[in-house]
Design a protein around this ligand. Structure first.
Ligand SMILES: Nc1ncnc2c1ncn2[C@@H]1O[C@H](COP(=O)(O)OP(=O)(O)OP(=O)(O)O)[C@@H](O)[C@H]1O
Ligand SMILES: [Mg+2]
Length: 368
């Protein structure tokens, strides 16, 4: 998979007439605040996922303008394709001339693995970040998974509303149970997909971490069920167990007004040589672990689909030692990768055949 050209109109501070990246390593360099991350974000949006900055769509439109437009030609599935994204109050995608109902229909058509300083949160922050990581990675591989997550969240909101209603009015209690079967069914599908994904990701990540740390440390990922016994079973068994666990917590849930068990509370652990990377890891170790998760995500995507995802690395080199920097660039040798940095020299010396772009030049004459 690769980007062949990208153009932008009124996208944040960018208007880019035409950016034609190379097929391998592309370095986007320039001073702070010129729009390097914005360019990476523009490419990312064609995955159909929300911005990794979790910005509201409106924030993507240049201040003072009503609309922004991105167009991209890319190569995927053995053919050239073109996509456009018009941002106004909403997001409007067009793929090969066809208007799509929403972003979800772009998933699986164009895939990226992005690593930015914000993604450090996967290792450093709370469980929500790890759930988000899994959900985005799995959705790009299996677009139907994104639909299941959406449906699960709807049913969860219904049960939570029933819990709150029943607190004041006991006659509403049967409504709570009504939502438990569908909640367990959708929840089990999510848990099974996450566990399968994590098992394969763990294998890849362990091997990559071994290389990047020259065998000094071992990385292990493990699925963590919360308020539920851990299962290693299929969706049908997980569903039975989840249904039991949800029923067992009904009184506590009534008290709290929310559902305390299910995939929305579960997560995974990231361990380095047996101890939590979140609690004990050094800054550099946490950074390496987050980066390795992303490298493993890209490797797994390629293994499952037979196609390399586009890799976006925003500002990643500032805290990696030269050996780890070298490893990253070599790792991506035969794929299209975009690396942003402020200091061009530090990156170009890492690879022989890189394409270097200066963000000021890409932006043409249309500066803010
Ligand atoms: N909606 C918007 N309208 C106009 N300008 C915007 C909008 N959103 C962001 N910007 C501008 O974009 C710039 C930030 O761009 P970006 O984050 O891509 O910079 P960068 O080149 O990655 O910088 P750094 O090296 O510091 O990471 C800021 O100057 C900001 O004011
Ligand atoms: Mg930036």
């Amino acid at each position: 998979m690769r980007v062949e050209s990208l153009s932008a109109v009124h996208f944040r501070n960018l208007s880019v007439p035409e950016f034609r990246p190379g097929e391998g390593v592309n370095i986007i360099c320039g001073a702070n605040g010129l729009g390097k991350t914005n360019l990476i974000e523009a490419i990312w949006l064609f995955t159909g996922c929300r911005s990794f900055r979790s910005a509201r769509d409106k924030e993507l439109i240049r201040i003072g303008e009503e609309k922004a437009e991105l167009t991209m030609n890319f190569f995927a599935g053995g053919r050239r394709q073109d996509a456009a994204l018009l941002l106004d109050e909403k997001r409007h995608f067009t793929l090969n001339g066809v208007n799509l109902p929403g972003g979800r229909q772009m998933m699986g058509e164009f895939a990226c693995v992005a690593f930015t300083p914000l993604h450090l949160a996967i290792v450093k922050d709370g469980p929500e970040e790890r759930r988000r990581f899994l959900d985005i990675a799995i959705s790009q591989l299996r677009p139907l998974y994104a639909k299941t997550v959406l449906e699960y969240n709807r049913v969860l909101a219904q049960r939570n509303a029933a819990l709150r209603a029943a607190k004041d009015n006991p006659a509403m209690r049967p409504l709570i149970e009504l939502w438990e079967e569908p909640l367990a069914a959708k929840g089990a599908a999510i848990i099974e997909a996450r566990m399968n994904y994590l098992e394969r990701l763990n294998e890849k990540a362990a091997a990559i971490y071994d290389e990047i740390s020259a065998g000094r440390e071992q990385l292990t990922l493990g699925y963590r069920a919360y308020a539920r016994e851990k299962t290693d079973a299929n969706a049908a068994q997980i569903k039975e167990e989840l249904l039991r666990a949800i029923g067992a917590r009904r009184e506590a849930d009534l008290e709290h007004g929310s559902t305390g068990v299910g995939p929305h509370r579960e997560e995974f652990s990231v361990r380095l040589s047996g101890v939590s990377a979140r609690t004990y890891g050094s800054q550099g170790q946490q950074r390496s672990a987050a980066l390795v998760l992303k490298l493993a995500e890209a490797a797994l995507y390629a293994e499952v689909t037979g196609e390399e995802p586009v890799v976006l690395l925003d500002d990643v080199f500032s805290e990696l030692d030269p050996a780890r920097q070298q490893y990253v660039v070599k790792h991506f040798e035969n794929r299209q990768v975009f690396i942003t940095c402020c200091d061009e020299a530090s990156v170009t010396r890492l690879a022989d055949s890189v394409s270097v772009f200066h963000i000021e030049e890409l932006r043409g004459i249309d500066h803010v």
